[in-house]
Ligand binder design. Structure first.
Ligand SMILES: Nc1ncnc2c1ncn2[C@@H]1O[C@H](COP(=O)(O)OP(=O)(O)OP(=O)(O)O)[C@@H](O)[C@H]1O
Ligand SMILES: [Mg+2]
Length: 227
């Protein structure tokens, strides 16, 4: 089944002489259970594409359906709820709140989805166990390594049982070993829970477990390979 269908996605920034078209007409379909890698040089538009597909930004032109919903017609509240309930995010800088513990970081979006604090805490701790950080519930981000912080970010992303995990260079700030641990975890989530994953990565070795790679150049998809 097709989980994401994007048609003729264009995204421009600026106006007049300063207007630049960053995405120049992208068609992309992502299937349920798929692990898709988006590759390309710096500035090719990978993050911009990921933001359009994941409702963090809105294209200038085009159509996108996610899980059967025409996301571009959603009003703000519905859009936020859709993001909270259907999508999970992992970024290269982890995006954890520095003065909240690992468990508090993970439970925050669960509380926002309407759970009680006690319920959210129990879900958060289970999620932290799942990413291999049992016992680190009360560590602040500064008391965790980069790789561990990224695993907390993944725990936060999966705690709400999203349909799709979007990851933008999740290994960019990590050494090879921690980067591989993060990739193994993402691969495991895809294999065990059939979580659909869309991941931007620079490095081919980190994309080795992807089912399919699409290559971007200058705002366009220029090639595709099945692995
Ligand atoms: N909000 C914005 N306003 C203006 N230009 C932007 C904006 N966001 C992105 N761009 C431009 O779009 C181009 C593509 O940026 P993008 O971040 O998508 O590239 P990328 O492929 O993710 O690169 P990297 O591998 O370095 O992360 C860049 O030239 C960037 O300057
Ligand atoms: Mg980027």
């Amino acid at each position: 089944m097709e989980l994401i269908q994007a048609h003729n996605i264009r995204r421009s920034f600026g106006t007049g002489d300063l207007r630049t078209e960053v995405l120049k007409g992208i068609d992309l379909t992502v299937h349920e259970g798929e692990y898709l890698g988006i590759m390309g040089k710096s500035g090719a538009g990978k993050s911009t594409l990921l933001y359009q597909l994941s409702l963090l930004d809105t294209p200038t032109e085009g159509a996108i359906t996610v899980a059967g919903v025409d996301i571009l017609t959603l009003k703000e509240v519905k859009r936020t709820n859709f993001r909270l309930r259907t999508l999970g995010y992992v970024f290269q800088d982890y995006a954890l709140v520095p003065d909240l513990t690992a468990a508090e970081n993970v439970l925050l979006p669960i509380v926002m989805r309407g759970a009680s604090y006690a319920e959210a805490l129990s879900t958060a701790n289970k999620s932290i166990d799942e990413v291999g950080l049992r016992g680190k519930y009360n560590n602040l981000p500064s008391e965790l390594s980069g790789g561990e912080q990224q695993r907390v970010a993944i725990a936060r992303a999966i705690a709400g049982k999203p349909k799709i995990l979007f990851a933008d260079e999740p290994t960019a700030n990590l050494d090879t070993a921690s980067g591989q641990t993060v990739i193994d975890l993402i691969t495991c989530l895809n294999r065990e829970y059939k979580l659909t994953v869309v991941m931007v990565t620079h490095e081919r070795e980190y994309a080795a477990n992807c089912h399919r790679l699409v290559h971007m150049e200058d705002g366009l998809l220029v090639g595709e390979e099945q692995l």
